[in-house]
Design a protein around this ligand. Structure first.
Ligand SMILES: [Zn+2]
Length: 123
């Protein structure tokens, strides 16, 4: 994603990730800056350098999960290196997995056990 696309998506309320599910781009109105926030430790760095143009990450590393829609998990599904996002068919909660070596997962949203092939993955 280009810088302008990232900013537009964040302001539209979409969740833009950088590199994995652990990092999201946020807008901090008090300092009027876009930041990359680590969800594991709440640490933030600027989305760009002080020049306001050079991004702290490659454009290809920024993404909005499910931007291209979703498709069912199949026996041939393979996880992406950055982690694959999956969506609960019951409550649409989004989680992230690093492999498909499981037969069912408990959704963190509705706490229901969902069979592997009932989950939706990124298209
Ligand atoms: Zn759910």
């Amino acid at each position: 994603m280009k810088l302008a696309e990232i900013k537009t998506a964040v302001m539209a309320g979409e969740t833009v990730h950088w590199a994995s599910d652990a990092y999201v781009v946020i807008y901090a109105p008090r300092i009027e800056q876009f930041l990359i926030k680590c969800l594991l430790n709440d640490h933030c760095i600027g989305l760009t350098w002080k020049d306001g143009v050079t991004m702290n990450g490659k454009p290809s590393q920024f993404f909005v999960p499910f931007q291209k829609g979703s498709k069912p998990v199949t026996p041939r599904s393979r996880a992406k290196q950055r982690g694959t996002f999956i969506k609960c068919p019951r409550c649409e909660h989004i989680g992230c997995i690093n492999h498909f070596s499981w037969s069912a997962l408990t959704c963190q949203g509705c706490k229901q056990m969902v069979d592997k092939y009932d989950w939706q993955q990124e298209a």
